[in-house]
Design a protein around this ligand. Structure first.
Ligand code: SAH
Length: 252
């Protein structure tokens, strides 16, 4: 049995209770060492064998899983944040299916939630934006042309940009080409929820300069849109005394 587990964004106490339990029971842990906080490995039981997937290929990861399965052992496959975002789990699941090895998926707190928490930010402010676009710049992994940053920018929704810290000048250019103004609020969140977390509020036009000045070159998310300023929004209907909901009558 292989459990894919979301490790959370960094702070070791931000793994789920279920993920913590599965980690403590695993005979083998394979963790994404580039981003998963190694402090989570303290949860392992005695005799548990740990592999760092940062130095492994898909084939090597699957070989470890296959070997464990042949011995009736349980594997915890620990991915940063939530496995559903840029986690490369599908290729592992397909390989496990081909081998007839059972698997399941335990969600985690994604870094885009960790970044919002670092900024104490609501991505979906009434009258500002009701949508969040999660995307990345094309790097060595291409992004389909129909999903260009400029095309998403045209919506003026809140955007969270992963895996792009080294491409901030290009990111600004694409955002502006798509319709954001250079003075649209933006933020860079470095290592959200880690002890070394840093947040910088800037603008679409000053993303690259802000990262350079503060020596941020990786492990960051860029948050774009007017929601970053957290101003000029409309209060919610949900908590408005004049508004009736399923659970509460409007005040007369
Ligand atoms: N599955 C992960 C994302 C993996 S892709 C998740 O749900 O968060 C790796 C990218 O995620 C990094 O390049 C960076 O852009 C972002 N990232 C991961 N952890 C982060 C953190 N604690 N703070 C800021 N960005 C982070």
């Amino acid at each position: 049995m292989v459990h894919f587990i979301g490790a959370g964004p960094g702070a070791p106490d931000l793994i789920t209770v279920r993920g913590q339990k599965l980690l403590g029971e695993a005979d083998i842990i394979i963790y994404a060492g580039s981003l998963v906080n190694p402090a989570l490995l303290d949860l392992k039981k005695e005799g548990c064998v740990v592999y760092n997937s940062a130095t492994m290929t898909l084939e090597q990861v699957i070989d470890v899983m296959k070997e464990a399965e042949s011995k009736g052992q349980t594997v915890a496959r620990l991915h940063t944040g939530d496995p559903c975002l840029y986690g490369a789990i599908r290729e592992q699941i397909d390989a496990l299916d081909a081998l007839g090895i059972a698997h399941d998926d335990c969600p985690g707190v994604s870094s885009f939630c960790g970044a919002a928490a670092a900024l104490e930010m609501e991505y979906t402010l009434p009258d500002i934006s009701q949508s969040v676009v999660i995307t990345r710049m094309a790097g060595r992994t291409p992004v389909p042309e129909r999903e260009s940053i400029a095309s998403f920018a045209a919506h003026q929704a809140t955007m969270v940009v992963f895996l792009s810290t080294g491409l901030l000048e290009e990111l600004s250019r694409e955002l502006i080409a798509g319709g954001y103004t250079a003075d649209t609020p933006a933020a860079i969140v470095y290592k959200a929820t880690w002890p070394e977390e840093k947040t910088f509020v800037c603008t679409v036009g000053t993303l690259a300069e802000t990262a350079k000045k503060n020596q941020i070159t990786k492990t960051a998310l860029m948050i774009i849109g007017n929601a970053v300023s957290q101003g000029n929004y409309r209060r919610s209907d949900l908590y408005n005394p004049a508004f009736t909901t399923e659970f509460r009558e409007a005040e007369k």
